[in-house]
Design a protein around this ligand. Sequence first.
Ligand code: HEM
Length: 455
Amino acid sequence: MSSDVDASRTGKARRIPIYRTLPALARNPLRAFEEIGRDTDGEVVQLDLGLHRPYLVSRPEDMQHVLRDRADNYVRDGMLWKPLRRLFGNGLGMDGPDWARSRQLMLPVFSARNVATIMDELTAALTEAVEELDPYARREEPIDTRVEMTRIIHRALIRVFIGDGMSTADADRLGHAVTAGFTSIGPRLLLPFVPDSVPLPGDGAFMRAVRLADSIVTPLVRQRQRDGATGDDLVSLLCRARDENGDPLDEELVRNDVVAMFAGASETSAVTLTWLWVVLDGHPEIAARVYDEVDRVIGDGKPGPAHVPKLVYTKQVLQELLRLYPVGWVIPRSAKETDVVGGVEIPAGSTVLASPYLTHRMERYWERPYDFDPERFSPERSGRRVPSSYVPFGLGAHQCLGSHFFMVEAQLIVAIMLSRYRVRLRDSAPVVPQAAATLRPRGRVEVMLSYRSPQ
Ligand code: HEM
């Protein structure tokens, strides 16, 4: 049991009988989840889902406890992680010694200094990928935003992290495999206690996605190993790495880390950027300020790395977007030993759901939490924020490695898109969030692009 907790204040968690509110849950699971958050005001409670009874954690200090201070006790296992293990294998996407070694190896790749060195390449890849949207603008046809944002993100990731070893067609196929993996995992997420040997819907599609990812990444790893892995790309870096005995990582570990990095980077970024167009369409006054900033900063030129630090308001919009729509809406963990969180006993083996989605909507930390207000992230107001009340990239041991990369990439995408096109939603019906492995918009989000200046 955690030593820094006053045991006299320790009690059993209040149980929230979800099955009683099942109709509400079935209609809109996220709304029901939000209501629980509001009613309990961040208290650690246990959700009674029948066979499954996870604990819900959302106060900043409790998030710190679970994700940072006692990360050794709250591990990636059970819900979400057990099914994902089939895609990621051991390494960066999981926990334990293989994870620790991979994280250590990858840290320098994501440092602000290294991201600065790949900015030209990143800009070129993003510009080419965005320009492929031209035919839609010319023909006045809608684009499926998630599909196109995913394509743009994948092209950039492959170019800057994998180099020239992968064709555009393979980049798109790998992207497709990762998206299919995340989509088909749904039933296993809802039923984490069902053993792998019992088939569930989505398993077939999931295993096809795993095989497809293998068929693209494994030959690439072998190729790099044969060539001596001299390049600066991520695959070469991993192939050159040595473990504590001086031995190279085996082929499977390199494959696992490439897939985990790719999956962690692509679905999250693409879904966030899909939300961006939805939110800008719903807030014309904020959109106008973003267009103005892009025009002022970019002028008649082409967006490039030097513009990024000047896209200040655009960055605030992206930060606020990640507050209201944190794609990692719950971060599941499994308690190894019995512990106490927020005065509540968490028995060994329990699932703990740390929820940035709820933290970001708590009135005690955020004024008018449901309003979209990028001014919250102005330099003056940012300084007043309660530590760990803003956690879209997680916290502690597993905190996102790509948060800086994402911000830079997203600012560039906004600048490239908006200096070229006016973007508006095809349909003005409200877009509803859907709580899957990530917080996605429900259904297709279609946008229309029109050129801002004659071509
Ligand atoms: C909107 C964009 C993104 C969001 C919201 C996001 C969110 C997160 C969160 C919440 C975690 C922690 C998961 C946990 O504690 O179990 C995480 C981990 C991670 N993210 Fe991101 N991420 C984003 C983009 C990226 C990008 C662009 C990259 C790489 C280029 C990346 C690479 C990773 C990696 C490698 C980890 C695992 C770190 C570890 O376990 O040690 N992410 N991300």
